[in-house]
Write a new protein. Structure first.
Length: 304
């Protein structure tokens, strides 16, 4: 497989947490009357290779990247989120894989053939926003359906409007990759002078301009400075809590964040769960805390 995605070793942590949660979720719903749906809005191709070397020197690493490394064939092959969901002991009634890269879609088609007859699979070769709209427009309702959506973009390409659409169905729980260090922080220069395109991306991601005041404050005018903006010291924590608060108001419950770090210990992103049921919250908090998280001090200050 010459062009399969290559991931850092930390992807395993994310996928383990997802596998545990999907197992918990499908067990709880096993004897319930609802049809269950799994939506993977940034699905990938279904498999990836774990990078052998811990991390390139720069640490500026996309989670998934094309395999151009000579030794990639020897790297360990792991199941990506679509296969993890397909292989849960109590399968979902239906799987929807959304992916905008044609190569990954071709890989997903092979996955569909492999599971033909045993799993109902839709592959949507389009952007996540469009795919989620397709899902939300289906005849699904609280009386007949329940679902989980995994929202795992490379960076800040997840639009809040899509998350809100899933919440509005009343049937979905979401597991979100909140790409704070991998994407969002890189769009926040110290000066506060943010290029329009980045500001628009962040507006779409957070669903409003509220992120700006969480990151920047006006610099006091003095002898040696002429005003402008400066970054707050705790802006990263503030952004995390802003996003958690939005999830809580949209879904009802939001989990404690699970921080995923790279192999050198630098923070990469957070996994967050949100959903309409307290039982889901208990399960998610338990599963996401099986590993590193923000710790008791910060958890206390987090919006609960
Ligand atoms: C981080 S990877 C997904 C990994 C996968 N969830 C897993 O854990 O195995 C992100 C995937 O989303 C796809 N992608 C990026 N932007 C997208 C968008 N706007 N809509 C749909 N897919 C997108 C990329 O091609 C890539 O395959």
């Amino acid at each position: 497989m010459p062009d399969i995605a290559v991931v850092g070793p930390w992807a395993r942590e994310k996928l383990d947490a997802l596998a545990r949660y999907l197992d918990f979720y499908t067990k709880v719903l096993k004897n319930q009357p609802w049809r269950t749906i799994y939506v993977d809005a940034f699905a990938g191709g279904g498999q990836a290779r774990i990078r052998k070397d811990a991390a390139p020197a720069s640490e500026v690493i996309p989670l998934f990247e094309l395999d151009t490394e000579a030794d990639a064939d020897q790297a360990e092959l792991i199941d990506g989120s679509p296969r993890i969901a397909l292989n849960v002991a109590n399968p979902f009634s239906r799987y929807v894989f959304i992916e905008n890269d044609p190569k990954r879609c071709a890989e997903l088609e092979a996955v569909r053939r492999e599971f033909e007859g045993s799993r109902e699979i839709d592959i949507l070769p389009m952007g996540a926003a469009e795919g989620i709209e397709w899902v939300a427009a289906k005849p699904i309702s609280r009386s007949s359906h329940r679902g989980v959506a995994f929202l795992d973009p490379f960076g800040a390409h997840l639009e809040w409007a899509s998350v809100q659409k899933l919440a509005d169905t009343g049937i979905f729980e979401v597991v979100v990759n909140f790409a704070l260090s991998m994407a969002i922080q890189r769009m926040l220069p110290n000066s506060g002078e943010i290029p329009d395109a980045w500001a628009k991306t962040l507006d779409a991601y957070f669903g409003s301009r509220a992120w700006f005041d969480e990151v920047y404050r006006e610099r006091s005018r003095g002898l040696f400075n002429s005003g402008g903006y400066e970054k707050r010291e705790d802006y990263a924590e503030r952004l995390l809590q802003l996003y958690r608060a939005r999830l809580k108001s949209a879904f009802g419950h939001v989990s404690t964040p699970r921080l995923i770090r790279n192999s050198k210990g630098a923070p990469l992103y957070y996994l967050l769960w949100a959903g309409p049921h307290s039982k889901g919250l208990q399960g998610a908090d338990y599963i996401l805390s099986m590993g590193e998280n923000l710790g008791p001090k910060r958890r206390k200050s987090a919006a609960s």
